[in-house]
Ligand binder design. Structure first.
Ligand SMILES: [Zn+2]
Ligand SMILES: [Zn+2]
Length: 368
């Protein structure tokens, strides 16, 4: 099967023929329809996140079930499915209490070693040498996913339209629903409206936020955020974003400031935007070792809450997301602005690195 392989950091993705993968017990082989182009892959490609290579990246996929391993009862061959980047093991101490966003099996086997949960990757070159999997390795014609992370897509929805549920929309849902517990009428700010930030704007609107203030340095991204329902936009390259958010909220600040970039400057700005008793929800992943400053007196005296949010809890959240899309409450397809062929996967990530992707780009891998 064809796959986009990262040989080593700072090398272009190259299309290679890998051996046909097969699912182990409790796993599902998915013929990939589409895979989202996400900054997290880019961190690995640039060597900012340490990950074994050679590797197949891509962690936001839709596709059709091509085979199932022993014991899989939840899906059948031919089912149209979507999968999320967190592939919950289902049995670690966090998964058993529903906190799949902390699944330690996922972190220790997949994120550190590039394998599934028997310690083996399902990807091999023709010479038998192994190729690591970043999540399921979605930038390939076929991928193997634990059945705990494979969700049937309702007939009324097209696979390409729901592909972004697997990372950007799951992350937005986790931040808005699980962590911020956003209430109707709350004001929110979204600092950085790239792929996840755009999804956050749409999610906050769906949850009944009163003001949704998009903050970015790109006029094009702010315009796109407006189309997704942002009530206010702040060009942080032209004005002080904290002053602008306070001015838009009668000086109060917002109930929730989402930080979706991962830098000291955007973290500080988000902290400055939060109202008394408000929350800063940090979603952006900064390079390891980067620290952020916060006025400590505001934590107790203004009851400022600083909360981290990582993805979501796939087995509870993906079915909920699919229902919200089916009802038309969420429109994940509105995030997608560009499509690339698998052969052009490297060009897609180069465009992302140059800041040219508004919302989300998809790599179209196969039919469906
Ligand atoms: Zn992602
Ligand atoms: Zn787990």
């Amino acid at each position: 099967m064809r796959a986009a392989v990262l040989e080593a950091p700072n090398r272009p993705l190259q299309i290679e023929d890998l051996a046909e993968p097969s699912p182990g017990p409790g796993e599902v082989l998915v013929a990939t329809t589409a895979c989202g182009v996400c900054h997290t892959d880019l961190h690995v490609m640039k060597g900012e996140v340490i990950f074994p290579t050679p590797a197949v990246l891509g962690h936001e996929v839709s596709g059709v079930v091509a085979a199932v391993g022993n014991g899989v009862e939840t899906v059948r061959v031919g089912d149209r499915v979507v999968a999320s980047f967190i592939m919950p093991c289902g049995w670690c101490r966090h998964c058993v209490r529903g906190a799949e966003d902390l699944c330690e099996t996922f972190f220790s086997f997949n994120r550190l070693r590039g394998t599934l949960y028997d310690g083996q990757t399902r990807l091999r070159r023709a010479d038998g040498s192994t190729v690591a999997m970043y999540s399921m390795g979605g930038l390939a014609e076929r991928c193997v996913v634990p059945a705990t992370d494979v969700f049937r897509v309702p007939d009324a929805l097209t696979l390409r339209d729901v592909t972004t549920l697997g990372c950007s929309m799951l992350t937005a849902y986790g931040a808005v629903h699980n962590v911020a517990a956003l209430r109707p009428g709350d004001d929110v700010a979204v600092v950085a409206v790239g792929g996840v930030g755009s999804a956050l704007v749409q999610m906050a609107v769906a949850y009944g936020a009163a003001r949704v203030i998009a903050v970015d340095v790109s006029r094009e991204k702010l315009k796109a955020a407006e189309a997704l329902g942002a009530t206010h936009t702040v060009d942080a390259s032209a004005v002080d974003p904290v002053d602008a958010v306070r001015a838009a909220t009668e000086g109060r600040g917002v109930a929730v400031a989402f930080e979706a970039l991962g830098s000291a400057a955007t973290f500080a700005a988000a902290c400055g935007m939060a109202d008394d008793g408000g929350a800063v929800v940090v979603i952006g992943i900064a390079p390891a070792g980067v620290t952020g400053a916060v006025d400590l007196s505001r934590l107790p005296r203004r009851k400022l809450r600083i909360l981290g949010s990582y993805g979501g809890r796939p087995r509870a959240d993906m079915p909920a997301l699919l229902r919200l899309v089916e009802r038309g409450v969420l429109r994940p397809q509105a995030l997608v602005t560009r499509h690339f062929d698998l052969a052009d996967a490297d060009a897609a990530y180069q465009a992302l690195a140059r800041g040219e992707i508004v919302g989300r780009a998809l790599v179209d891998v196969g039919p469906g």
